[in-house]
Design a protein around this ligand. Structure first.
Ligand code: PBG
Length: 323
């Protein structure tokens, strides 16, 4: 059968019928909101190149969380920034730092809010790399213990899920072992399993750290030209005990999201990163496109590619969009 019996437009002729046959949905329950927490009080600093994103101190963070809870957001990922830095990133696992303090405060007041933490050293090291450094080399194995201690400190403070973003080999296994040893057997690991060395992290580096003081991250983050390596990273992390896999960035890597989804059985998340957010915001401010429509279409593309959930700075705006 073909035209004129077959007419694809029949299923597009009204909103009701389009809604009826839509294959992929995007709503607030799919979104996780990133928040940045810094030492001090009364602070709400705008982040350059990310209009609408701020760095909060503990007190103003609680106000922000009251607002997003009211808007219906039910999952956040916390990043620490502005803590004292040293070459070994020791503040990352200090229970007195803003992330750990915020976890305790928020867990208490919002038991229904899912708390995820980014586990990495780059916000806490003087050199800004995600691991320990010797000369020009980023050391793998000695970094694992510090990452593991950091994850345990987050779990102890109330994190439901820890999310290592450092890209050291073997970190998921090291973190799982340390969590279990400390009795946190129910704390999940959301692994940034497939993380590319991307130019789209630029604006984030103003928000939470962490441009490396020398070199770049290409000896640990993945080469953007590689596809099969993504599957290898995903499979290794599953073997090491990852509960959820993440692909990052999202928009330029939709093919990778699809491939990981089709070849694994665990939930697959995507990180709609700072540079992706900045692009849409900048174009919207210039009047070049309709922000709401562009955001919905972009997030929908990640869902269509196979992302079960998306970490996105757009979540708060999205919660305010009309149908
Ligand atoms: C830390 C980390 C980064 C991001 C999340 N965790 C920066 C990086 O690896 O360079 C990027 C997030 C974003 O761009 O929104 N390792």
């Amino acid at each position: 059968m073909n035209y004129p019996q077959v007419r694809p437009r029949r299923l597009r002729r009204s909103k009701a019928v389009r809604d009826l046959v839509r294959e992929t949905e995007i709503d607030l329950s799919h979104l996780i909101y990133p928040l940045f927490v810094v030492p001090g009080a009364g602070i709400k600093q705008p982040v350059a190149a990310m209009p609408g994103v701020f760095r909060f101190s503990g007190d103003t963070l609680l106000k922000e969380i009251a607002e997003i809870w009211e808007l219906g957001i039910r999952a956040i990922i916390l990043f620490g920034a502005g803590s004292p830095a040293d070459p070994a990133g020791t503040a990352a696992y200090d229970p007195g730092q803003p992330v750990q303090a915020a976890l305790r405060a928020v867990k208490d007041r919002y038991p229904g809010l899912l708390l995820i933490t980014d586990v990495c050293l780059c916000g806490y090291t003087t050199h800004g790399h995600c691991g320990l450094v010797e000369g020009e080399e980023i050391l793998n194995d000695p970094t694992l213990e510090i990452l593991a201690r950091t994850a345990v400190s987050h779990a102890a403070a109330g994190a439901d899920i820890v999310a290592p973003s450092d890209m050291m080999d073997g970190r998921v296994a090291a973190i799982r072992k340390a969590l279990d040893h400390a009795g946190h057997t129910n704390t999940s690991i959301l692994s940034y399993a497939v993380k590319y060395a991307s130019s789209f992290y630029g604006p984030f580096r103003d928000a939470a750290c962490c441009a490396p003081s020398f070199g770049d991250r290409r000896t640990y983050q993945m080469d953007p030209g590689n596809t099969r390596e993504a599957l290898k990273e995903a499979q290794l992390d599953l073997t090491e005990g990852a509960d959820i896999l993440m692909i990052k960035p999202a928009l330029a890597y939709l093919d990778i999201i699809r491939m990981v989804k089709e070849n694994t059985l665990n939930p697959v998340f995507a990180y709609n990163v700072s540079g992706e957010y900045a692009m849409i915001k900048a174009a919207a401010v210039a009047g070049y496109l309709n922000e709401n429509d562009a955001v919905k279409e972009t997030l929908l593309s990640m869902r269509r590619a196979g992302a079960d959930r998306i970490i996105t700075y757009h979540a708060k705006d999205f919660a305010c969009y009309a149908e």
